[in-house]
Every structure is written in C-alpha cells, then in structure tokens.
Design a protein around this ligand. Structure first.
Ligand SMILES: Cc1cc2nc3c(=O)[nH]c(=O)nc-3n(C[C@H](O)[C@H](O)[C@H](O)COP(=O)(O)OP(=O)(O)OC[C@H]3O[C@@H](n4cnc5c(N)ncnc54)[C@H](O)[C@@H]3O)c2cc1C
Length: 292
C-alpha cells in the first residue's frame, strides 16, 4: 500500500528512527519500535546515514521491521556521494523485500568524504533521485521540505520551487524538517500553495531531549529555537531529565496546535527514545488515527 493512500483516508501519526553505529545496537532499535507499536503508527521510517552517519544497518532494520512486524515501513534513501548503480541496487533490494514507500533525499555528505565525491554528478539533488525512482520502480515517494528554508538555499522562494519540482517529478507527499515555531510551518504551507504544491505536507516534530543536542541539531539544519524556549533550555542545560519534560510539554503544545489546524499527519523524530513520544501521544490522545 502507498502511504499517500493512507493519508487520503485519515490523518497519520508516524515515527522516525535512526540506525545504530554497531551491529549490537540493532535489537535495541527494534525494541524501541516495538514499544511504540501500542500507539498504532500509520507508518515508521529508518534514516539512511542522516547527518553523515552510518548507513550500514538502515537496510537491515527496515527489512526486519517489514518481515517481523505488521508495521508500514518507509525506507529513507539518500543519493549524495553515491553512484547511480549503487543507489539502484539498494532500491532493487528494498523492492524485493516488499518495501513499498521511500523518502527520497539528497542527504548530508558523510563526514569523512571529500568535497567532490564519486557519484555527485549523477545524483546532485533529491529531485534526481525522485526522477530515477519514478522512472524505474513503483514505490510511493516522499520528499523533504524546510519551514525555515534549507541551509544552502539563497531564499525561501528558491527553496519552495525545488519542493514543487519534487512534486512534479513524482513525490506524493512531503515531510518537514523540525521546527519550534508553528508559524514557520503555516507559512510554509501558504507558500507551498502559492507555488502550486498540492501534495500533503506533514510536519516533523522533534521532542527535545537535551540542551546541547538540540542546539547542535538546530545549528546543523538551520532551524531556530524561540528565545523563551531557549532560555528555559539554558536554565536546565545540565539536567537532561528536566529538559526532557520541557521537551514533552513543548512538543505536546506544538502537536495540539498543528492537529487543531488540520495537518494531514504528524511525523515524530523519535531519536530512538520511546518515553517522550509515548507521553506526548498520551497527552494528545490521538492513537495514530483521526479520532481527535
Ligand atoms: C523528513 C526528513 C528526513 C530526512 N532523512 C534523512 C536521512 O535519512 N538521511 C540523511 O542523510 N539526511 C536526511 N535528512 C536531511 C537531508 O538529507 C538534508 O537536509 C540535506 O541537506 C538535503 O536533503 P534534501 O533531500 O532536502 O535535498 P535537496 O532537495 O536536493 O535540497 C538540497 C538543497 O538544494 C536545493 N535544490 C533542491 N533541488 C535542486 C535542484 N534540482 N537544483 C538545484 N538546487 C536544488 C534545495 O533548495 C536545497 O537548498 C532528512 C530531512 C528531512 C526533512
């Protein structure tokens, strides 16, 4: 089944996980996914070397979840610094394993790679990957978009024009980068509509777990932290437990507002920790279905 068909049927709750650096970490990730199954996610996904990290276990976890659970699993796939044939082979393996949906991304260059790596000329952007997938496979396709603009974009208009190109080449829905001021998301939706984007745009929500971690993430992806929230995080910078509670409270407030404003779904960046997302979903009382 294609995720676009689920979205046209109901509002979705989805969870994103990341692969471990070592093989020994795989069971731990599967365990977190299983703990969150009680919330009946409409789909789950596993990042592919996000932030330049390891790609080694993404496929393994994606395929195990497909084989061992009844969850709808979306594969992340990036194309930066990879050859067309390597990317094609990953897609063939995903297809053979019965994965039906892929989020097609450019990705961030692995930290140890050189400025211009093999494959760069073949797949320079997510749009190239989307085009390749649409021409060669029958996957449901998602793409990424950026409420505050992508860090490399000269301006928001240019950025949204590439999101439109993703739709035109075959992306059936978009998931946003994290943000902490919903006004950026609503502005993105307005700009997307004005640019002719008609596919659903699902907001990505990341419950904050630690002050240094969220400062690192936001500085990497160009998202801003509202001053009031930032001041609270600063006050508790050495107390991860307190920050986690602030993160739950803040993400609950964000998600409540987004849900009340009719978003097509919410994609939670779980960071492989079940506690915060479980609490937020209990606070919201939306169990992966459009009951609210
Ligand atoms: C929901 C979500 C999931 C993610 N999952 C992963 C993951 O699993 N692994 C990972 O490594 N990273 C992941 N990322 C991060 C993402 O890879 C980075 O943000 C990356 O820097 C850009 O990826 P993209 O697919 O948006 O690239 P692109 O769409 O290629 O955009 C990159 C830049 O190029 C511009 N651009 C886009 N298309 C064109 C074009 N055709 N011509 C010229 N310029 C263009 C854009 O405006 C932007 O500035 C994810 C991000 C999101 C929002």
């Amino acid at each position: 089944m294609k995720i676009k068909d689920i979205i046209s049927d109901r509002r979705t709750i989805s969870f994103e996980f990341f692969p471990p650096r070592e093989a020994g970490g795989v069971p731990g990730v599967i365990d977190v996914v299983n703990r969150l199954r009680a919330h009946a996610p409409d789909f789950v996904s596993v990042t592919y070397g996000a932030g330049g990290g390891t790609r080694a276990f993404t496929e393994e976890i994606t395929m195990r979840l497909r084989r061992e659970t009844d969850l709808m699993v979306m594969a992340h796939l990036t194309c930066v610094a990879q050859s067309r044939s390597d990317v094609h082979q990953v897609l063939q393996r995903l297809d053979a394993a019965g994965i039906e949906n892929v989020i097609a991304l450019r990705g961030d260059r692995p930290q140890d790679s050189v400025a211009s790596a093999p494959g760069d000329a073949e797949f320079a952007h997510a749009t190239d990957l989307i085009q390749h997938i649409r021409s060669n496979f029958d996957f449901g396709i998602a793409g990424a978009c950026y409420p505050e603009g992508h860090t490399e974009s000269p301006d928001l208009d240019t950025d949204i024009s590439y999101a439109r190109m993703k739709q035109d080449l075959g992306a059936e829905f978009l998931i946003t980068q994290l943000f902490y001021d919903n006004a950026y998301f609503y502005d993105l939706v307005d700009r997307a509509q004005a640019a002719g984007i008609t596919v659903p745009i699902i907001p990505g929500v990341l419950p904050i777990l630690s002050t240094p971690q969220i400062r690192r993430f936001t500085s990497l992806c160009g998202a801003s932290i509202p001053p009031e929230l930032d001041a609270r995080l600063e006050r508790h910078a050495d107390d991860n437990r307190a920050v986690r509670e602030i993160g739950i409270e803040y993400a609950t407030m964000q998600a409540e507002d987004l849900w009340a404003n009719g978003v097509p779904g919410i994609h939670f960046y779980v960071l492989n920790r079940a506690y915060s997302v479980s609490h937020i979903l209990r606070n919201l009382n939306i169990m992966g279905h459009d009951g609210a």
